[in-house]
Ligand binder design. Structure first.
Ligand code: SAM
Length: 270
Protein backbone atom coordinates (compact mmCIF):
# COMPACT_ATOMS: atom_id res chain seq x y z
CA UNK A 1 0.00 0.00 0.00
CA UNK A 2 1.41 3.36 -0.89
CA UNK A 3 -0.70 5.60 1.32
CA UNK A 4 -0.30 6.29 5.03
CA UNK A 5 -1.63 3.44 7.15
CA UNK A 6 -1.47 3.01 10.92
CA UNK A 7 -1.27 -0.38 12.55
CA UNK A 8 -2.87 -1.09 15.90
CA UNK A 9 -2.26 -4.18 17.97
CA UNK A 10 -3.60 -3.48 21.44
CA UNK A 11 -7.16 -4.37 22.49
CA UNK A 12 -7.09 -1.33 24.75
CA UNK A 13 -6.44 1.03 21.84
CA UNK A 14 -9.15 3.74 22.01
CA UNK A 15 -10.19 3.07 18.42
CA UNK A 16 -10.93 -0.60 19.17
CA UNK A 17 -12.86 0.46 22.26
CA UNK A 18 -14.91 2.98 20.33
CA UNK A 19 -15.66 0.51 17.50
CA UNK A 20 -16.69 -2.07 20.08
CA UNK A 21 -19.02 0.47 21.69
CA UNK A 22 -21.04 0.56 18.42
CA UNK A 23 -22.43 -2.81 19.39
CA UNK A 24 -24.69 -1.01 21.88
CA UNK A 25 -27.43 1.50 21.08
CA UNK A 26 -25.86 3.94 23.54
CA UNK A 27 -22.52 3.87 21.70
CA UNK A 28 -24.24 4.36 18.34
CA UNK A 29 -26.39 7.23 19.62
CA UNK A 30 -23.47 9.02 21.25
CA UNK A 31 -21.24 8.81 18.18
CA UNK A 32 -23.84 8.82 15.38
CA UNK A 33 -21.88 5.94 13.84
CA UNK A 34 -22.59 2.32 12.98
CA UNK A 35 -20.53 -0.66 11.89
CA UNK A 36 -20.51 -2.45 8.54
CA UNK A 37 -18.61 -5.71 8.12
CA UNK A 38 -17.11 -7.16 4.94
CA UNK A 39 -15.46 -5.68 1.89
CA UNK A 40 -18.58 -5.92 -0.30
CA UNK A 41 -20.74 -4.12 2.22
CA UNK A 42 -18.19 -1.40 2.85
CA UNK A 43 -17.72 -0.92 -0.89
CA UNK A 44 -21.48 -0.60 -1.30
CA UNK A 45 -21.62 2.06 1.42
CA UNK A 46 -18.88 4.11 -0.20
CA UNK A 47 -20.45 3.62 -3.62
CA UNK A 48 -23.76 5.02 -2.34
CA UNK A 49 -22.00 8.06 -0.91
CA UNK A 50 -22.22 7.16 2.80
CA UNK A 51 -19.43 8.74 4.81
CA UNK A 52 -17.01 6.26 6.39
CA UNK A 53 -15.30 7.39 9.58
CA UNK A 54 -12.80 4.52 9.96
CA UNK A 55 -11.84 1.48 7.89
CA UNK A 56 -10.04 -1.41 9.59
CA UNK A 57 -8.38 -4.13 7.52
CA UNK A 58 -6.87 -7.39 8.79
CA UNK A 59 -3.14 -6.72 8.60
CA UNK A 60 -2.26 -10.01 6.88
CA UNK A 61 -4.78 -9.32 4.09
CA UNK A 62 -3.90 -5.71 3.45
CA UNK A 63 -1.78 -6.36 0.35
CA UNK A 64 -4.63 -8.06 -1.49
CA UNK A 65 -5.35 -5.84 -4.48
CA UNK A 66 -9.10 -5.37 -3.85
CA UNK A 67 -8.51 -4.50 -0.19
CA UNK A 68 -5.65 -2.15 -1.06
CA UNK A 69 -7.98 -0.47 -3.58
CA UNK A 70 -10.73 -0.22 -0.98
CA UNK A 71 -8.32 1.34 1.53
CA UNK A 72 -7.23 3.87 -1.05
CA UNK A 73 -10.80 4.73 -1.92
CA UNK A 74 -11.88 5.09 1.73
CA UNK A 75 -8.84 7.19 2.52
CA UNK A 76 -9.55 9.45 -0.47
CA UNK A 77 -13.10 9.88 0.87
CA UNK A 78 -11.67 11.08 4.19
CA UNK A 79 -11.76 7.89 6.29
CA UNK A 80 -9.06 6.93 8.75
CA UNK A 81 -7.54 3.63 7.54
CA UNK A 82 -5.88 1.25 10.01
CA UNK A 83 -4.54 -2.29 10.00
CA UNK A 84 -5.22 -4.67 12.87
CA UNK A 85 -4.60 -8.35 13.66
CA UNK A 86 -7.49 -10.75 13.14
CA UNK A 87 -7.99 -11.22 16.88
CA UNK A 88 -8.89 -7.53 17.23
CA UNK A 89 -11.34 -7.76 14.34
CA UNK A 90 -12.99 -10.69 16.16
CA UNK A 91 -13.08 -8.67 19.36
CA UNK A 92 -14.99 -5.85 17.70
CA UNK A 93 -17.47 -8.06 15.86
CA UNK A 94 -17.73 -10.99 18.33
CA UNK A 95 -17.09 -13.43 15.54
CA UNK A 96 -14.43 -16.14 15.47
CA UNK A 97 -14.00 -15.79 11.73
CA UNK A 98 -14.23 -12.04 11.50
CA UNK A 99 -14.47 -10.35 8.12
CA UNK A 100 -11.20 -8.97 6.80
CA UNK A 101 -12.72 -5.48 6.60
CA UNK A 102 -14.88 -3.51 9.01
CA UNK A 103 -15.83 0.14 8.79
CA UNK A 104 -17.71 2.64 10.86
CA UNK A 105 -20.08 4.87 8.88
CA UNK A 106 -22.00 7.99 9.82
CA UNK A 107 -25.71 7.27 10.32
CA UNK A 108 -28.27 9.06 8.16
CA UNK A 109 -31.63 10.16 9.56
CA UNK A 110 -33.94 11.13 6.75
CA UNK A 111 -37.19 13.01 7.17
CA UNK A 112 -40.34 11.31 5.87
CA UNK A 113 -40.42 13.75 2.96
CA UNK A 114 -37.20 12.20 1.64
CA UNK A 115 -39.29 9.13 0.74
CA UNK A 116 -41.66 11.17 -1.43
CA UNK A 117 -41.65 10.06 -5.04
CA UNK A 118 -43.89 10.67 -8.02
CA UNK A 119 -44.96 7.85 -10.33
CA UNK A 120 -45.78 4.26 -9.49
CA UNK A 121 -44.28 2.77 -6.38
CA UNK A 122 -44.54 0.48 -3.37
CA UNK A 123 -43.69 1.71 0.11
CA UNK A 124 -43.51 -0.49 3.21
CA UNK A 125 -44.51 0.78 6.66
CA UNK A 126 -43.54 -1.25 9.73
CA UNK A 127 -45.46 -0.64 12.93
CA UNK A 128 -43.18 -1.13 15.95
CA UNK A 129 -40.91 -3.76 14.41
CA UNK A 130 -38.80 -5.04 17.28
CA UNK A 131 -36.62 -7.80 15.89
CA UNK A 132 -33.40 -6.48 14.29
CA UNK A 133 -33.09 -9.55 12.04
CA UNK A 134 -36.62 -9.00 10.72
CA UNK A 135 -35.88 -5.35 10.01
CA UNK A 136 -32.65 -6.14 8.12
CA UNK A 137 -34.38 -8.88 6.12
CA UNK A 138 -37.25 -6.51 5.24
CA UNK A 139 -34.83 -3.78 4.07
CA UNK A 140 -33.21 -6.39 1.83
CA UNK A 141 -36.58 -7.56 0.47
CA UNK A 142 -37.71 -3.97 -0.11
CA UNK A 143 -34.49 -3.34 -2.02
CA UNK A 144 -34.88 -6.51 -4.14
CA UNK A 145 -38.46 -5.59 -4.99
CA UNK A 146 -37.50 -2.01 -5.89
CA UNK A 147 -39.61 -0.45 -3.14
CA UNK A 148 -39.52 3.34 -2.90
CA UNK A 149 -38.91 3.41 0.84
CA UNK A 150 -39.52 1.90 4.26
CA UNK A 151 -41.22 3.85 7.05
CA UNK A 152 -40.49 2.86 10.65
CA UNK A 153 -43.58 3.75 12.66
CA UNK A 154 -43.55 4.73 16.33
CA UNK A 155 -40.97 2.81 18.44
CA UNK A 156 -39.00 0.42 16.25
CA UNK A 157 -35.67 -1.35 16.78
CA UNK A 158 -32.53 0.47 15.70
CA UNK A 159 -31.85 0.08 11.94
CA UNK A 160 -28.16 0.62 12.65
CA UNK A 161 -27.65 -2.35 15.01
CA UNK A 162 -25.08 -5.02 14.05
CA UNK A 163 -27.88 -7.56 13.46
CA UNK A 164 -29.96 -5.33 11.20
CA UNK A 165 -26.99 -4.19 9.13
CA UNK A 166 -25.82 -7.82 8.77
CA UNK A 167 -29.27 -9.11 7.82
CA UNK A 168 -29.80 -6.28 5.31
CA UNK A 169 -26.79 -7.56 3.32
CA UNK A 170 -25.98 -4.03 2.20
CA UNK A 171 -29.54 -2.85 1.58
CA UNK A 172 -29.16 -0.52 4.58
CA UNK A 173 -27.15 1.64 2.17
CA UNK A 174 -29.55 1.37 -0.76
CA UNK A 175 -33.06 1.40 0.64
CA UNK A 176 -34.25 4.79 1.94
CA UNK A 177 -35.98 4.60 5.33
CA UNK A 178 -37.37 7.14 7.77
CA UNK A 179 -38.89 7.11 11.25
CA UNK A 180 -42.32 8.68 11.81
CA UNK A 181 -45.33 8.65 14.07
CA UNK A 182 -48.37 6.94 12.57
CA UNK A 183 -50.24 10.26 12.33
CA UNK A 184 -47.42 12.04 10.49
CA UNK A 185 -47.06 9.05 8.17
CA UNK A 186 -50.79 8.87 7.47
CA UNK A 187 -50.98 12.58 6.57
CA UNK A 188 -47.93 12.19 4.35
CA UNK A 189 -49.27 9.16 2.48
CA UNK A 190 -52.70 10.77 2.00
CA UNK A 191 -51.06 13.88 0.57
CA UNK A 192 -49.15 11.61 -1.87
CA UNK A 193 -52.33 9.79 -2.87
CA UNK A 194 -50.96 6.45 -1.66
CA UNK A 195 -53.40 3.64 -0.85
CA UNK A 196 -52.86 1.81 2.45
CA UNK A 197 -53.07 -1.98 2.56
CA UNK A 198 -52.55 -3.72 5.88
CA UNK A 199 -51.26 -7.26 6.12
CA UNK A 200 -53.36 -8.62 8.93
CA UNK A 201 -54.42 -11.93 10.38
CA UNK A 202 -57.84 -10.22 10.64
CA UNK A 203 -57.81 -9.59 6.90
CA UNK A 204 -61.04 -9.78 4.93
CA UNK A 205 -59.47 -9.84 1.44
CA UNK A 206 -57.13 -12.58 0.25
CA UNK A 207 -53.74 -10.94 -0.34
CA UNK A 208 -53.64 -11.91 -4.02
CA UNK A 209 -57.08 -10.34 -4.58
CA UNK A 210 -56.35 -7.16 -2.64
CA UNK A 211 -56.25 -4.13 -4.95
CA UNK A 212 -52.87 -2.61 -4.08
CA UNK A 213 -52.97 0.01 -6.84
CA UNK A 214 -50.07 1.63 -8.68
CA UNK A 215 -48.99 3.74 -5.69
CA UNK A 216 -49.42 1.90 -2.46
CA UNK A 217 -48.13 1.46 1.06
CA UNK A 218 -48.16 -1.98 2.65
CA UNK A 219 -48.36 -1.70 6.43
CA UNK A 220 -47.16 -4.56 8.63
CA UNK A 221 -47.81 -5.14 12.33
CA UNK A 222 -45.59 -5.75 15.33
CA UNK A 223 -44.24 -9.29 15.84
CA UNK A 224 -46.29 -9.91 19.00
CA UNK A 225 -49.31 -7.64 18.91
CA UNK A 226 -49.87 -7.08 15.18
CA UNK A 227 -51.52 -3.76 14.23
CA UNK A 228 -53.72 -1.77 16.63
CA UNK A 229 -57.41 -1.72 15.67
CA UNK A 230 -57.30 2.06 15.33
CA UNK A 231 -54.66 1.75 12.62
CA UNK A 232 -56.42 -1.09 10.81
CA UNK A 233 -59.51 1.14 10.75
CA UNK A 234 -57.60 3.72 8.67
CA UNK A 235 -56.49 1.23 6.02
CA UNK A 236 -58.17 0.86 2.62
CA UNK A 237 -57.83 -2.94 2.66
CA UNK A 238 -56.97 -5.59 5.26
CA UNK A 239 -55.26 -8.42 3.41
CA UNK A 240 -54.89 -11.95 4.73
CA UNK A 241 -52.25 -14.35 3.45
CA UNK A 242 -53.98 -17.75 3.60
CA UNK A 243 -52.69 -20.15 6.24
CA UNK A 244 -53.48 -23.71 7.19
CA UNK A 245 -51.98 -25.76 9.98
CA UNK A 246 -51.52 -24.83 13.59
CA UNK A 247 -49.52 -21.58 13.55
CA UNK A 248 -51.53 -18.40 14.06
CA UNK A 249 -49.36 -16.21 11.85
CA UNK A 250 -46.38 -16.04 9.52
CA UNK A 251 -43.08 -14.52 10.52
CA UNK A 252 -43.15 -10.74 9.94
CA UNK A 253 -40.32 -10.66 7.40
CA UNK A 254 -41.78 -13.54 5.42
CA UNK A 255 -45.26 -11.99 5.41
CA UNK A 256 -43.72 -8.69 4.22
CA UNK A 257 -41.97 -10.48 1.35
CA UNK A 258 -45.19 -12.19 0.26
CA UNK A 259 -47.15 -8.92 0.35
CA UNK A 260 -44.47 -6.87 -1.40
CA UNK A 261 -44.01 -9.36 -4.20
CA UNK A 262 -47.77 -9.63 -4.64
CA UNK A 263 -48.05 -5.83 -4.98
CA UNK A 264 -45.24 -5.91 -7.55
CA UNK A 265 -46.74 -8.93 -9.36
CA UNK A 266 -49.98 -6.97 -9.77
CA UNK A 267 -47.90 -4.37 -11.63
CA UNK A 268 -46.48 -7.13 -13.81
CA UNK A 269 -43.05 -6.78 -12.20
CA UNK A 270 -42.47 -3.47 -13.91
N1 SAM B 1 -50.39 -12.21 16.92
C1 SAM B 1 -50.07 -11.22 15.96
C2 SAM B 1 -51.33 -10.63 15.33
O1 SAM B 1 -52.39 -10.84 15.88
O2 SAM B 1 -51.25 -9.93 14.31
C3 SAM B 1 -49.14 -11.82 14.92
C4 SAM B 1 -48.19 -10.86 14.41
S1 SAM B 1 -47.31 -11.44 13.00
C5 SAM B 1 -46.01 -12.35 13.67
C6 SAM B 1 -46.57 -9.95 12.47
C7 SAM B 1 -47.23 -9.31 11.31
O3 SAM B 1 -47.02 -10.10 10.13
C8 SAM B 1 -48.72 -9.13 11.38
O4 SAM B 1 -49.10 -8.00 12.13
C9 SAM B 1 -49.09 -8.97 9.92
O5 SAM B 1 -48.81 -7.68 9.45
C10 SAM B 1 -48.15 -9.96 9.27
N2 SAM B 1 -48.74 -11.30 9.08
C11 SAM B 1 -48.34 -12.45 9.62
N3 SAM B 1 -49.09 -13.48 9.17
C12 SAM B 1 -50.00 -12.94 8.32
C13 SAM B 1 -51.03 -13.47 7.51
N4 SAM B 1 -51.30 -14.76 7.48
N5 SAM B 1 -51.76 -12.62 6.74
C14 SAM B 1 -51.49 -11.30 6.74
N6 SAM B 1 -50.52 -10.74 7.48
C15 SAM B 1 -49.78 -11.54 8.25
Amino acid sequence: MNHPIETITSPSNPLIKSLKSLERKKGRSETGLFLAEGARLVEQGLEQGWKAETLVITATMAERPHLAALAKRASAAGARVVLAPERLMSKVTHKDNAQSVIASFHQQHRPLDALTKTGDGIWIALYEVRDPGNLGTILRTADCAGASGVVLLETCCDPYSFETVRASMGSIFDMPFANASFDAFNSWRQAQGLSLTAASVNGTARHDKAPFGARSVIIMGNEQAGLPEAIEAQCDTLALIPMRGGADSLNLAQATAIMTYEAWRQRDFT
